[in-house]
Design a protein around this ligand. Structure first.
Ligand code: HEC
Ligand code: HEC
Ligand code: HEC
Ligand code: HEC
Length: 370
């Protein structure tokens, strides 16, 4: 068996300075778990570069899982990672190479994340050159891509000989492999919701048959080594941010109640007021990746900060929707977000965290306004 990952393994979004320590801890925990699982290769996605190439290289050195990319180079066009790996499985030789999309969008994101130190080379040319190197040496070629299915089709059509494209980035759930000539394209959704299990059987005359399934991963944890690693990680994370619990820089909802009693009591009846308790119930109240939407103005000026852990800013309070109201409280002048609209909600009500939000917007809105 081969265990592969198409990229964007470690982080979801930009990492502010205050969260670098927890991001490093998380990346190490994931890399340790991948080593235990026996991962054979991870393609480098743009978000894997958020802590820098050096950090990724250090993880590779410490934990051994290879990060591969055929087309990410330094400014002198030298590859930054192994372009491919070759594995022996059940008497067959398998070549696996990594590829990141070279669209303008991706190129500029990566340029920005790495301050120009990482260059995305032409992905088709890079794939062609790797295919030349692998020719005659392997029985099966797998491309681990991070570019979306549309570009995977282009790759399959333009570069001959790739047997399998295991894609990522656009979160597609492709159970039935898409066929482009002799190339088959699959993708297993996003955010660890599914594990793609693809079986390849070799027939006569170099024919290969594949059978693919998507195994949903629930939130149940098995009683095993990986689970104890996750619990260890959570303990270390809890120790990283020792709550100071000092008074908030930003006014807590209770300071609005004397003048806005009606709004206060209607807010208190909503889940927003209890959003922190939901994390406590899951024992995740120390995790910045959860606190981001379950506290007030997370890591914004005067908002909830991991460093200060202000008790007064836990949960989704008034200022989450109405913006910073310090000045308003002090001087009773008008506030910034007078009429919060959908764009305020969707900073937290994202499709993955709140899948029914888009369709049920009116009902959500009615419940949230006062
Ligand atoms: C000292 C009393 C007082 C406190 C405390 C206070 N407000 Fe107000 N707030 C007012 C008054 C008076 C108005 C109406 C102002 C106006 O119409 O210009 C108002 C209006 C608002 C509005 C509506 C603005 C508009 O133009 O319709 C919002 C939103 C608001 N406050 C939020 C808050 C929040 C959030 C807090 C707590 C962080 C808060 N207020 C604390 C007195 C207060
Ligand atoms: C800062 C993040 C954040 C913002 C902004 C936000 N929400 Fe929420 N919302 C949450 C969280 C977190 C929960 C889940 C609370 C819990 O733990 O039960 C939630 C729950 C809800 C619920 C269910 C609560 C209940 O009592 O049934 C509704 C309805 C809702 N939000 C509507 C809205 C609307 C409408 C907006 C925009 C006007 C909005 N939210 C803005 C984070 C946010
Ligand atoms: C991008 C913002 C966001 C992040 C990050 C986030 N949540 Fe939430 N969470 C929400 C929203 C929004 C809801 C409300 C969903 C709804 O009712 O549609 C919610 C609901 C919940 C609920 C359900 C409350 C209930 O009982 O109904 C729990 C539990 C929860 N989140 C835990 C977590 C945990 C644990 C994490 C970290 C792993 C996390 N959340 C990260 C936005 C977020
Ligand atoms: C989940 C987002 C959310 C939170 C949290 C929230 N509000 Fe609101 N608030 C709204 C929305 C939405 C409206 C209505 C806007 C509209 O009418 O279009 C509103 C309207 C208001 C108004 C103006 C009412 C009017 O008649 O114009 C005031 C005042 C107000 N909120 C105060 C508060 C206070 C005080 C809190 C905290 C106790 C709070 N809000 C928490 C979303 C929120």
């Amino acid at each position: 068996m081969l265990v592969l990952d198409s990229g964007d393994l470690f982080f979801e979004k930009e990492i502010p300075e205050t969260l670098r320590a927890s991001a490093k801890l998380k990346a190490e925990a994931v890399a340790r778990i991948y080593r235990t699982i026996g991962c054979d290769a991870v393609n480098v996605g743009e978000r894997d570069l958020l802590l820098g190439v050096t950090a990724l290289k250090e993880l590779e050195k410490k934990f051994g899982t290879p990060f591969i990319s055929a087309n990410l180079t330094d400014t002198k066009n030298t590859p930054l990672f192994k372009q491919y790996v070759i594995k022996q499985i059940a008497g067959k030789t398998i070549g696996i190479f990594g590829l990141t999309g070279d669209t303008e969008e991706m190129t500029s994101i990566i340029g920005k994340i790495t301050q120009g130190s990482v260059v995305v080379q032409d992905s088709i040319k890079a794939a062609e050159s790797v295919m030349k190197e692998l020719a005659g040496k392997v029985d099966l070629v797998i491309a681990l891509t991070h570019q979306g299915v549309g570009r995977d089709w282009v790759l399959a059509r333009r570069v001959g000989g790739i047997d399998l494209i295991i894609g990522g980035r656009d979160g597609q759930k492709i159970r039935e492999p898409r066929k482009a000539g002799t190339t088959q394209i699959v993708q297993a959704g996003e955010k660890g919701q599914y594990l793609g299990l693809l079986e390849v059987s070799f027939g006569p005359d170099k024919t290969k048959a594949v059978r693919n399934s998507l195994i949903p991963l629930g939130n149940q944890l098995a009683d095993d080594e990986v689970t104890s690693m996750i619990l260890d990680y959570q303990k270390q994370m809890a120790a990283l941010y020792v709550p100071a619990g000092e008074s908030p820089a930003s006014p807590a909802s209770t300071s609005c109640s004397p003048c806005h009693e009606k709004e206060f009591s209607s807010w208190q009846a909503t889940g927003h007021a209890r959003a922190y308790e939901s994390l406590v119930n899951r024992n995740r109240q120390f995790d910045p990746e959860c606190l981001a939407c379950h506290t007030t103005r997370f890591e914004e000026p005067d908002g909830f900060s991991m460093k200060l852990q202000q008790k007064g800013l836990l949960g989704v309070q008034c200022e989450s929707c109405h913006g910073n109201a310090s000045e308003h409280v002090r001087a009773s002048t008008a506030v910034t977000h007078q009429k919060p609209g959908k764009e305020v909600c969707t900073t937290c009500h994202t499709p993955d965290r709140s899948p029914t939000f888009e369709k049920g917007y009116e009902v959500y809105f009615r419940k949230a306004k006062h």
